[in-house]
Structures are given as structure tokens and as C-alpha cells.
Design a protein around this ligand. Structure first.
Ligand code: TLP
Length: 347
């Protein structure tokens, strides 16, 4: 049934391709809790190399990647600065409070990015009755802001500042590959400004499962401990890691096609009177569509589109979200654009 939909809900909906499945079937495996799965080890070494870090660790999801890193960096009662729309704050089920006992201090960014000025306003003075500002999390690309790319000069500025204040820096790089392909800035250049990085294999890269976190060898040793506590110690995980390796080796460069599809779709949808799209925020594969002017609830619009065979999802406040990915062709994107314009043109 789902086959007949043009599914633009997320780049997480992609399914492993035949050659990826072949790589999975042929994977040499072992028990990864003993550190003996050669394919997992190969994936970790390859990812650490791409990110220019000493070591890396395969984890089942982006959420576990972020939350494990946050756990290593913080103590209960600490404060974590992140952007208002950050995934770690909005979509990880309160994980920072639940798993780390830390609290979030959100700051308002511009298209998901903030600099030293915003951090300085949120920074806690060194007083015994105040929480300690221990960690800053940044997201690149920023999902809720519309797949926006974090400007490198801001990252540099924040990183230099954090180092002088002894504050750790974590990057939620679920879609770092998209930022890198769009800007030509290597993942390891981006990662060099952070103490830890989490990247996803199961979004635009098309693997069925998995993320990788990277950092110093000491950091990853500690992360391995918490991954086990969080239930993420896997056994013959090489069968999944093989898909991740295939994704890293074959599916990064092609993300530019997803960006072209998103740019096309955004231009088409910008012509719908009831929609508001910040075209400047359409920088990679995500489009956030404001629909407040329509006077309709986003759920109603989503249902009307579903009835016509197009799946979108909720974006930020009162908005919708469309995401392009490797399982949706330019032809399907054109068809979706036409259906959305026909369905929403009269709102
Ligand atoms: N994002 C999902 C939803 O949870 C919203 C999506 O469809 O975009 N960081 C970022 C920036 C993400 O966008 C996501 C997933 C994650 C982390 C978490 O990854 P998973 O779903 O593997 O836990």
C-alpha cells in the first residue's frame, strides 16, 4: 500500500538498496560486545577517519548517539546550552533530563544557529547555587529550522569561546553529510571544532539503522560504557554496520541530488498563496512550510494530501515539512509539487 505514496515525510523512510542488502548479506560478523565484529570495527575506523577523530562507536540511533555523548560530558544538575529548535531538546523524549539528570538552557538562534552573544546571555556565573554550564550542543544541518547549514565562522567563534571557558562542545551532525556536500567543507573540518560528534547513517545515506559517534579515544571508551547501560550493546551488528559502511562509501556525494529536488519543490510550493516558505532556509533537503495563512490546522492539510497520495509531516509551529531523499525521484517530486499546488492552491 505504502508503495503508492510519494513519501516526503523524512529521509529516514529510505529502504536499503539491493547492493546495500548484498553488502549486508556478505558481512563478516563477530560479537561486538567483545569488540570482535570486524565489520563494526571497520565502520568505526572508517567513520573516525572521515571525522578526523581518534575513535568512533557504532550506536543504534541518532538519539542514542546524542544522548550517550551528553551523558559522558555532563553530571546531574549541569546545564546544556542548545538552540530552541534543537533535536536534542525537542524530539529526544526529554532524554537529557531522563538519562543525564541535566537541564537544558535553550537560546534563540537565527535559522538554527547561535553565536557567542547568545551563549554569553545564557552562561551561568560561577556561584555555588547556580547550575554549571557544562556543554553546548549545536546541530548541523538544523532540522527544525529547515535543514539549514551552520555557518563555519560561527562554529569557529563558539568553539574558541567554549575552550576558554572549559565548556564542552557536541555536534548533532545527523545530517552533517548534507552540510558538507552543500558547502564543500569536509566533515572532518566541521568536526575539528567539537569534542564529540554524532552522525547518522540511516537518514539521507539510506542505511536501515545506525549512527556513529566520534571523539577522543578516552571519550569513546567512556561512551562504550554508557552505550551498554542504555541497552545499545549489540552482538553480530556487522550485518547492520555493513549497510552503514556501504552508505558512507557510496551515498554521500549523491546528496546534492536531494538538495536539487528540495530547491525545485520549494520554488513550486512558494507559489501557493496560503504557504509561507523562507526560501533562504532551503539550503539542503528539508523544506519547512508555514501554513498559518490557510486558517487550516496542519493535520487537516496533511490528511488532504495523504488522500491524494502525498505524505508530508508536521514542521515547526503551525507548519508542514517536506524532505527529499534517495527513494524519491525528481519525477515523483514534480508530481508531488503538482498535487500539493492543486490541493492547497484553493485554501
Ligand atoms: N529526526 C527525525 C525525527 O526525529 C524528527 C526526522 O524525521 O527528521 N538529530 C537530528 C537532527 C535528527 O533530525 C534526528 C532524527 C535525530 C537526531 C535522531 O535520530 P534517530 O531517529 O535515529 O534517533
Amino acid at each position: 500500500m505504502a508503495e503508492q505514496f510519494i513519501d516526503l515525510r523524512s529521509d529516514t523512510v529510505t529502504k536499503p538498496s539491493p547492493p546495500m542488502r548484498e553488502a549486508m548479506a556478505k558481512a563478516v560478523v563477530g560479537d561486538d560486545v567483545f569488540g570482535e565484529d570486524p565489520t563494526v570495527n571497520r565502520l568505526q575506523e572508517y567513520a573516525a577517519g572521515l571525522l578526523g577523530k581518534e575513535a568512533a562507536l557504532y550506536v543504534p540511533s541518532g538519539t542514542m548517539g546524542n544522548q550517550t555523548c551528553i551523558k559522558v560530558h555532563t553530571q546531574p544538575g549541569d546545564e546544556v546550552i542548545c538552540e530552541n529548535g534543537a533535536h536534542v531538546f525537542n524530539y529526544e523524549t526529554g532524554g537529557i533530563a531522563f538519562l543525564s539528570g541535566a537541564q537544558v538552557h535553550p537560546v534563540q538562534g537565527k535559522r538554527g544557529a547561535f553565536g557567542v552573544a547568545e551563549i554569553e546571555r545564557a552562561l551561568r556565573p560561577d556561584l555555588y547555587y547556580m547550575p554549571k554550564t557544562r556543554l553546548i550542543c549545536m546541530e548541523n544541518t538544523h532540522n527544525r529550522a529547515g535543514g539549514t547549514i551552520y555557518p563555519l565562522d560561527l562554529i569557529r567563534e563558539v568553539s574558541a569561546f567554549a575552550r576558554t571557558r572549559n565548556i564542552r562542545l557536541h555536534l548533532d551532525g545527523a545530517r552533517l553529510w548534507n552540510a558538507s556536500v552543500a558547502t564543500g567543507i569536509a566533515p572532518k573540518e566541521y568536526a575539528s571544532y567539537f569534542d564529540s560528534v554524532s552522525v547518522c547513517l540511516s537518514k539521507g545515506l539510506g542505511a536501515p539503522v545506525g549512527s556513529v559517534i566520534a571523539g577522543s579515544a578516552a571519550f569513546i571508551a567512556e561512551a562504550r560504557h554508557f552505550r551498554k547501560i542504555f541497552g545499545g550493546g549489540m552482538r553480530q551488528a556487522g550485518i547492520l554496520a555493513a549497510a552503514g559502511l556501504y552508505a558512507l562509501e557510496h551515498n554521500i556525494g549523491r546528496l546534492s541530488e536531494d538538495h536539487e529536488k528540495a530547491a525545485f519543490l520549494a520554488r513550486e510550493l512558494a507559489q501557493v498563496k496560503a504557504f509561507d516558505i523562507d526560501m533562504g532556509s532551503v539550503q539542503t533537503n528539508i523544506i519547512i512550510i508555514g501554513a498559518e495563512k490557510s486558517g487550516k490546522k496542519p493535520e487537516e492539510i496533511l490528511a488532504a494530501l495523504r488522500a491524494k497520495g502525498v505524505l508530508l509531516t508536521m514542521g515547526n509551529y503551525m507548519g508542514l515539512r517536506a524532505v527529499t531523499h534517495l527513494d524519491v525521484t525528481m519525477g515523483e517530486v514534480k508530481r508531488a509539487a503538482q498535487i500539493i499546488r492543486e490541493t492547497c492552491g484553493r485554501l
